[in-house]
Design a protein around this ligand. Structure first.
Ligand SMILES: Cc1cc2nc3c(=O)[nH]c(=O)nc-3n(C[C@H](O)[C@H](O)[C@H](O)COP(=O)(O)O)c2cc1C
Length: 180
C-alpha cells in the first residue's frame, strides 16, 4: 500500500459501488472501528454504536429488507461487510442541549465517527459507501439492537472491483466559504 498524505487520501476516496466479493479481514474492520471509537463527540458522550455484518446471510438480509426503493443499491450485497451505525441519545446533552441550541449533537458525532471509519478503510485500500436511504426498524431487528439504539445508516465496506473512481463534483471554495 502506497503512503498517501491525508489530503491525498481524502481526494482519492469516492463512494464505492462495485465490489469484488472477497471477504474483508477482521483486523481491517477492527482498525476501522478503532478509528471510529477515537472520534470526538459533544461532551464526550460517544453516542455511536456499530453492528458489523460479515456473513453473507446477514448482509443479504440487510440489503433485501432495509434499503428503501428509489435508489438502485443491489450492489451493496457484494460488499464483504456492511456496518450498521446507530445512535444512543444520552441525558441532558442530547435531549435538552439539542433542544436549547438547535444543534443535533448525536448526528454530528455519528457523522464524525463514521467518516473516521471510512477514511481508515480508504487507507487500507478498501472501498466504502454510506447508505442513508434506509428503513430503521428492520435494521434494528436484523442486528438485534434494543429500542434505545436508533439506526442511522449503513456503510458498505469491501474491495473495490476496479481502480476506476468516479469523482462527483464539489462546490468551489467561494461558494461554501466566507472569510470573516
Ligand atoms: C449521510 C450519507 C448518506 C448517503 N446515502 C446514500 C445512499 O442511500 N445510497 C447511495 O448510493 N449513496 C449514498 N451516499 C453517498 C453519496 O451519494 C456520495 O457520498 C455523494 O454523492 C458524493 O460522492 P462521493 O462519495 O463519491 O464523493 C450517502 C452519503 C452520505 C454522507
Amino acid at each position: 500500500m502506497e503512503n498517501k498524505s491525508f489530503i491525498e487520501l481524502v481526494k482519492h476516496r469516492t463512494s464505492c459501488r462495485t465490489y469484488d466479493p472477497r471477504p474483508v479481514p477482521r483486523e481491517h474492520l477492527e482498525l476501522m472501528l478503532e478509528a471510529a471509537r477515537l472520534a470526538p463527540s459533544a461532551c464526550n458522550k460517544q453516542p455511536w454504536r456499530f453492528a458489523v455484518a460479515e456473513s453473507a446471510e446477514v448482509r443479504q438480509r440487510l440489503v433485501q429488507d432495509t434499503l428503501r426503493v428509489g435508489i438502485e443499491m443491489k450492489w451493496a450485497g457484494n460488499a464483504g461487510a456492511i456496518i450498521a451505525i446507530g445512535v444512543v441519545r444520552k441525558g441532558m446533552v442530547h435531549k435538552v442541549g439539542t433542544k436549547i441550541s438547535g444543534v443535533e449533537y448525536p448526528q454530528m458525532d455519528l457523522g464524525i465517527a463514521g467518516e473516521h471509519l471510512v477514511l481508515q478503510a480508504e487507507e487500507l485500500g478498501l472501498g466504502t459507501c454510506w447508505i442513508g436511504w434506509i428503513k430503521q426498524k428492520p435494521i434494528r431487528e436484523i442486528v438485534g439492537w434494543p429500542k434505545s439504539i436508533e439506526p442511522m445508516g449503513l456503510i458498505t465496506v469491501g474491495w473495490p472491483a476496479s481502480n476506476e473512481r468516479k469523482t462527483r463534483p464539489r462546490y468551489s471554495m467561494d461558494e461554501i466559504v466566507k472569510w470573516v
